[in-house]
Design a protein around this ligand. Structure first.
Ligand code: CP
Length: 340
């Protein structure tokens, strides 16, 4: 298989993204019956984290273990990258030792640079621009919770909140799959024109639609899914008063707003959440909230993505070849003259 990285869902066709989801569904079905196949026996994944993580770290690490492989958590300050070693050298070295490299980076360019030099698949675990592994999981969750009688292309997805990295990926993923996507936020915090242009290009191919509005009530009117994310992130602490004033209470996903949506509408959040800020407890814990199904699906999705990108590249030697090499090595180790 030729080398491909998972840096941006925009690098993939609708068919390829749906294949990733279908593979994930099959692996999840196997897992639910305790039958996860060891597809990545003895494979290694290097995981570089420049920022903290709960879901992404745990899901990738558990996914590698359950598929028969191994993950290495390389936390900030524990490797030479960016301090005593160039991106080029780090990418080359990790490619010689591991079967894939994962990276959660402060800057998107860190992941694109890594992918430029790596000789194994690079998976983007969130940057300041996007979060592609999250939105494959989100699409799977929507498919599992699809309203009766609808298909993927009929889904109406409304994101309420800041133009975060999750929004960029969600808008591009949903429009790539042909869904109708709406972003509701105060004008200052709406999706940049460039993202909307790319989403519209996706719609031209897929038949979906993209709408950006400052009216959250209109935005949820036909929503099958309402999705929100944090209103501020690490490094934006000085903006909290301004952001809180811009979003609260109009853009908070609370019971009053949730009840303006159709009675089948589901609530989604990538988590972590600031409960009582972007969404209230009565929505987070509502019977139609799917936030923990969504979290669990990170694990199944990482398995699907890891299998999709790594499995076709693994060597599968014959039993004869394995026996030949084992014999060669053991003959040497068992030689009475060894070390004498
Ligand atoms: N949704 C998500 O990426 O969560 P973590 O930051 O905990 O990995």
């Amino acid at each position: 298989m030729s080398l491909r990285h998972f840096v941006d869902t925009q690098d993939f066709t609708k068919k390829e993204l749906l294949d990733m989801i279908e593979l994930t569904r099959r692996i999840k079905a196997a897992d639910k019956q305790g039958c996860t196949p060891k597809l990545l026996q003895d494979a290694s994944l290097a995981m570089i984290f420049e920022e903290p993580s709960t879901r992404t770290r745990v899901s990738f690490e558990v996914a590698m273990t359950e598929l028969g492989g191994h993950a290495l958590y390389l936390k900030p300050g524990e490797i030479h990258l960016g301090v005593r070693e160039s991106m080029y050298d780090t990418a080359k070295v990790l490619s010689r030792m591991c079967d894939a490299v994962f990276c959660r980076a402060l800057k998107h360019e860190t992941v694109t640079e890594l992918a430029k030099y790596a000789e194994v698949p690079v998976l983007n675990g969130l940057t300041d621009y996007n979060h592609p592994t999250q939105v494959v999981c989100d699409a799977l969750t929507m498919i599992e919770h699809m309203p009766e009688g609808k298909k993927v292309e009929d889904l109406n997805v409304t994101f309420i909140g800041d133009a975060t990295n999750v929004l960029s990926s969600l808008m591009l993923m949903c429009t790539k799959l042909g869904m109708n996507f709406t972003h509701a936020a105060p004008k200052k915090y709406q999706a940049p024109d460039e993202w909307v242009k790319w989403a519209k290009e996706n719609c031209a191919v897929s038949g979906g639609t993209v709408t950006v509005t400052d009216d959250p009530i209109a935005a949820v009117k036909n929503a099958d899914f309402i999705y929100t994310d944090l209103w501020w992130w690490v490094g934006q602490e000085d903006q909290i008063p301004e952001r809180r004033a811009a979003f609260m209470p109009k853009y908070q996903v609370n019971k009053e707003l949730f009840e303006k949506a159709p009675s089948h509408c589901k609530f989604m959040h990538c988590l972590p959440a600031s409960r009582g800020v972007e969404a209230t407890d009565d929505v987070m814990d509502h019977p139609r909230s799917v936030i923990f199904d969504q979290s669990e699906n990170r694990l199944h999705t990482e398995k699907g993505l890891l299998a999709y990108f790594i499995y076709p590249r693994l060597k599968r030697p014959s039993e004869e070849l394995k026996a030949y090499h084992k014999g060669q090595i053991e003959d040497f180790l068992n030689d009475p003259k060894l070390g004498k």
